[in-house]
Design a protein around this ligand. Structure first.
Ligand code: ATP
Ligand code: MG
Ligand code: MG
Length: 416
């Protein structure tokens, strides 16, 4: 790191997660150099001459970013990891004022190894299953591609019964790579929808709730794990496979299950490599047992509530502290009794969400604080363009939900 300027984190991706990372970095005097399209949401939130225009999958642009960064990190896992591995091992050439070249090796956090593993959801879960830490996952089987796909789907149906979930191994988000196979008649449509991709099948999980836990992972520069600290467990609601709402604390889930979820999340993240915040998505089954769905190696939608609800630090500040190897809290406890996060998803028309934003701005309530975050993204149907975090220091989660009903109704209306 340079002694004569503030630290620079080079970030692959400049969407809303990068934007909120910048909002946390700005008061700390940390410079965030973003690699993404011009004027992307994160670039709008942080002014620096170090931003790079281009794709976070483009090796040349990633090298350009690395050359001017002290650390590299990501706001999305779908990035080019070969080049990250090469940068960490061999560095990039940086021209000195006298015309000579020095080799610069910014550490990558989380590790490219973690990002590469997580990119392939099938391998990610095989890793957890074989970690020796007793991490429960849904049974899964790889699906052949090409002409063998149909037979492979039949085998999956024999093994798991129907329904099962067919998933793209790579590149999916917001459920876009998932197809629920409910009957033999769905095979053809499933292959048509996802057939060009590398696939796997997962046994259907009859969950009663979905939980998520954010974990801050720290390790020293030699890669020795120092700590995994869990945020409170939250309940996530997915509709049409996209997260729409987050409840903290989870509704009608015992403290024991929430604590078990936090413990499981730290076990899961302890098997990975590098520093940063991670999300662990989980299913709760009828008997209260837990199953890991997937991990995100970065700040996450389910952790937005930490900005207003967790006094020690938000997931974004935690990401900065972890990457830079600054201290992180040992305990993460909410400052509020309840919090609800509502995603603002683009509606049928580009202005469909405006009445919701207006209602959020106009509502005032002594028992409920309303925090509106718009990302200044163009609205498209189903696209995450903002969120609202509601917090209360007095109300239970059920009473906060009742109080928030007009906002929740409007959120639901936009989607339909
Ligand atoms: P994200 O945006 O979180 O990255 P994704 O596209 O990777 O999502 P998943 O997390 O695999 O998708 O699945 C999305 C949602 O679909 C889950 O949150 C859950 O509601 C449902 N789902 C996924 N797998 C299963 C399963 N095996 N059985 C039942 N429901 C499932
Ligand atoms: Mg995912
Ligand atoms: Mg998911």
């Amino acid at each position: 790191m340079s002694d004569d300027r503030n630290p620079v984190i080079g970030l692959l991706g400049g969407g809303q997660l990068g934007r909120m990372l910048c909002e946390a970095a700005n008061p700390l005097g940390i410079d965030i150099a973003i690699l993404d399209e011009e004027n992307s949401p994160a670039k709008q939130a942080h002014n620096t001459n170090r931003h790079v225009t281009g794709s976070f999958k483009d090796a040349a642009r990633i090298r350009e970013l690395a050359a001017q960064s002290d650390f590299l990190s990501v706001e999305i896992e779908h990035v080019e990891t070969e080049v990250l591995e090469d940068i960490e091992k061999n560095g990039v050439g940086v021209k000195r004022a006298d015309g000579t070249t020095k080799i610069h090796k910014p550490p990558v956090h989380p590790s490219w190894k973690t990002i590469r593993l997580i990119q392939d959801k099938y391998l990610q879960k095989e890793h957890f299953r074989t970690s020796g830490k007793g991490i429960p996952i849904a049974e899964q089987v790889a699906i052949e591609s090409g002409p063998a796909a149909l037979d492979s789907l039949k085998n999956a149906a024999n093994k798991f019964g129907l329904s099962f979930m067919l998933k793209a191994r790579k590149g999916s988000y917001d459920g876009r790579g998932n197809f629920k196979v409910g009957s033999v008649k769905d095979f053809e449509a499933a292959i048509k929808a996802l057939g060009g991709l590398s696939l796997y099948a997962e046994k259907w999980v009859p969950f009663v709730k979905e939980l998520a836990v954010m974990v801050i992972r720290t390790e020293d520069d030699n890669g020795t794990l120092r700590s995994c600290v869990a945020y409170p467990a939250v309940e996530t609601i997915h509709e049409d496979s996209i997260c729409t709402k987050v409840f903290m604390p989870p509704r009608d889930v015992s403290d024991a299950v929430c604590e078990a979820a936090r413990k499981l999340a730290t076990e899961v993240i302890s098997t990975l490599w590098g520093r940063g915040v991670f999300a662990v998505e989980m299913f709760v089954l009828e008997d209260g047992s837990l199953m890991v769905n997937e991990v995100a190696p970065r700040p996450h939608n389910s952790g937005h509530y930490t900005i207003e609800a967790v006094p020690q630090m938000s997931q974004y500040k935690a990401q900065i502290h972890a990457v830079l190897d600054l201290p992180v809290p040992k305990n993460l406890t909410p400052r509020v009794s309840s919090s609800i996060m509502l995603n603002i998803l683009g509606g049928a028309t580009p202005s469909a969400h405006l009445p919701l934003a207006e209602m959020a701005r106009k509502t005032f309530d002594d028992d409920m604080d309303i925090h509106l975050h718009l990302y200044n993204k163009a609205s498209k149907p189903g696209r995450k363009i903002g969120h609202i975090t509601l917090t209360s220091t007095t109300l239970s989660i059920h009473d906060l939900e009742t109080k928030a009903k007009p906002l929740i109704d409007l959120v639901n209306l936009i989607r339909h």
